[in-house]
Every structure is written in C-alpha cells, then in structure tokens.
Design a protein around this ligand. Structure first.
Ligand SMILES: NC(=O)c1ccc[n+]([C@@H]2O[C@H](COP(=O)([O-])OP(=O)(O)OC[C@H]3O[C@@H](n4cnc5c(N)ncnc54)[C@H](OP(=O)(O)O)[C@@H]3O)[C@@H](O)[C@H]2O)c1
Length: 317
C-alpha cells in the first residue's frame, strides 16, 4: 500500500491527512514511480489554504524524485530502475505514484533523488527569473526581495556566479547572515533606510528586482528599480502588491508568471542542465537541506507558514 497526504477541506497544516491507497499498475503511456524525495513548495501551502483552487479531496504537492518500478504499455523511453523527477505534476504528496511520462526529467548519475526533490522546482524558478524574465549579465546590479527564502537563496547565489552585484533582502533579522553568505550586500526589509542604502550601492537604481515577497516590499522594489529596469514578480509570500501605474510611466517592466510557463518543451532540458551544472559547481553547497519524514509534511507546512525554515525543505520517504 502507498501512503498519500490528502486534504478533504482547506485550512491550516492540520488538514493534511496521511492516508493509504493502492496505486495499481501503470496504464498506457504511464509509469509507476517509487518516490524517494518529495518537494515541499510555497504553492503547496496555497493549495492547502484554498488560494490555489483544486477540486477536493485533493493530494497537494507538485514535485518529487524517485525510481520507476513499472512501465505501462507504449512506454519505451523509460524502464524500471530509471531515476527520474518531476517539478510540475499534481498529486506529489505520495510514496508511490502513477504518472504519464510527460513531466518526467531523467536524473544524471551524480544528482541524488534528495537533491532533485529539494532543488528542482526551486532551481528552475531561479532559472526562470535569471534567464526568461530577465537576462542577467556580469556587472548588473540586482535586488532580491526574499533572499532568505528557498528560491531567493538559490537565485542570489546563481546571479552572483553570473557576475551580478546582488543586494539580498531578508524578512527576518535572524536570517541576515544567511543572506550575506549568498549575496554581495545584505539588508533587512524592515530597515527604515533600506531604500537609501540600496541607492548608495546603485545610485541610478538596480537593473532588476527579483521579488518573492510582494505586498510587504513592493515600495522597496519601486524605490530601488532604475528607470527602464525590470521587476521579476515571481512570488507574493506576503500577499499581492497594489498599484504599479507610476512604474509603467517610468518604463519599468513588470514580468511575472509561473515556472511551467517558461520551463516546458525544449527549455526543460536547457534549464535542468543549467541547474545541474550550478549544483555541481558547488555554489549552492552551503544551503542546508531540511529533511522531514514523509508523514510529517504538515510540520514542514507549519514551519513554512511561521517563516522558521532553516534551509531548503524536502520530505524523505
Ligand atoms: N512563479 C512561480 O512559478 C513560483 C515558483 C516558486 C515559488 N514562487 C513563489 O515565490 C515565493 C517564495 O517562495 P519560497 O519557496 O522561496 O518561499 P520561502 O522559502 O517561504 O521564502 C519566503 C521569503 O519571503 C520573505 N518574507 C515573507 N514575508 C515577508 C514580509 N512580510 N516581509 C519581508 N519578507 C518576507 C521571507 O523572509 P524571512 O524568511 O527572512 O522572514 C523569505 O525570504 C512564494 O510566494 C512562492 O509561492 C513562485
């Protein structure tokens, strides 16, 4: 029997219930996956809260990595024993899963399922920010709002490796050191002089703002961006920002969207290979992985909501 985590109603972490179910043999064009590492992402909390609507009952989770243990009729590209991952397929909170082969990414030998489960969706979101919503180059000055978070901490390190001068902003004072480790400069979002300090570093304003926070830091983004610059509005950890009209007047481009919009088809290979190379380069090696037993995914949701994640969260089966 497989275990799944299902919600029958929306609400707090307590609505995530561990249940068992029979997965069965894979159908035509499907494989059955023994999942070893399940990604825990901010969007999963939106599903749990009903802010990303799914018909109930639902199994949250969109990301996992594991080993194929059976293939259905018509599947010739994959075989039992293959190690694979996916970053956007519904029903990720499961120990075993039947899935079509469409979302599967084959894992290179040197990338563990734990690394993939922790980094794939978040790393591809960072790639989207750096390569699709903007095109960061050496010497650019960039501001990362939410640099202490999972995606922000990956993106900060990646942007720095590309030669950018990175101003990282933390929401919590206790995470300033973490931001300092991945950025060129570290600031606190609640610092009343944060905008002034950014202008000291970038007198004309920054070239790109990567915003993972939304409402709480929108004023800082608007104050920091140079005329004609780009705001990559990727996340809204503090809620949706209001009012962008005068930014348009200043020629500031605001670009948003979801990772699957930008990482699909041929770009999946380009983006995942870029991510594996970044992991191999060691620039993400200082980011701790926080492991939760599969049955305790609700605890990970509580930690995420309370902003007390100490690193990149992943559930281990
Ligand atoms: N567009 C997409 O496809 C896509 C993909 C992945 C993620 N996202 C979104 O990106 C966002 C970040 O994801 P994540 O996984 O990195 O989440 P996370 O690890 O929970 O990070 C959240 C970040 O937001 C900061 N923050 C939260 N509330 C804040 C406030 N009131 N003031 C200042 N900073 C605040 C946190 O700061 P402290 O921890 O320092 O307090 C932390 O740096 C989420 O909204 C997520 O939904 C979007």
């Amino acid at each position: 029997m497989a275990k799944v985590i299902r919600i029958h109603e929306t609400g707090g972490p307590e609505v995530l219930r561990v249940e068992t179910e029979q997965v069965g043999a894979p159908g035509r064009g499907e494989v059955r996956l023994r999942q070893e590492a399940v990604g825990i992402n901010a969007v999963d909390a939106l599903v749990r809260q009903g802010l990303y609507p799914m018909p109930l009952p639902a199994i949250p989770g969109f990301e996992a990595a594991g080993v194929i243990d059976a293939v259905g009729e018509g599947v010739s590209d994959f075989a039992p024993g293959d190690r694979v991952a996916y970053f956007f397929a519904e029903g990720g909170y499961a120990t075993e899963k039947r899935t079509s082969i469409a979302p599967l990414v084959r894992l290179p030998d040197d990338i563990s399922t734990e690394t993939a489960g922790a980094f794939l969706a978040k790393g591809l979101t960072a790639w989207m920010g750096l390569r699709a919503l903007s095109s960061v180059k050496s010497g650019d000055k960039v501001l990362v709002l939410g640099a202490s978070g999972s995606v922000g901490s990956i993106l900060s390190r990646w942007a720095k490796a590309l030669g950018a001068e990175v101003i990282g902003v933390a929401g919590s004072a206790s995470k300033l050191d973490k931001v300092r480790a991945g950025a060129t400069h570290a600031l606190l979002a609640t610092d009343p002089d944060a905008a002034g300090k950014i202008r000291d570093i970038a007198p004309d304003g920054v070239d790109v703002v990567y915003d993972f926070v939304g409402a709480a830091t929108f004023g800082l983004a608007a104050a920091a961006i140079r005329d004609g610059g780009t705001i990559a509005a990727i996340g809204q950890a503090s809620g949706q920002p209001a009012g962008a009209a005068d930014l348009a007047q200043r020629g500031v481009v605001i670009r948003g969207g979801g990772t699957p919009q930008y990482v699909n088809g041929q770009t999946v290979t380009t983006a995942t290979e870029a991510l594996w190379d970044v992991i191999r380069s060691g620039i993400l090696a200082d980011l701790p992985i926080v492991r939760y037993p599969f049955d305790e995914i609700a605890r990970a949701h509580a930690d995420l909501a309370a902003r007390r994640l100490e690193g990149i969260p992943v559930a281990i089966v």
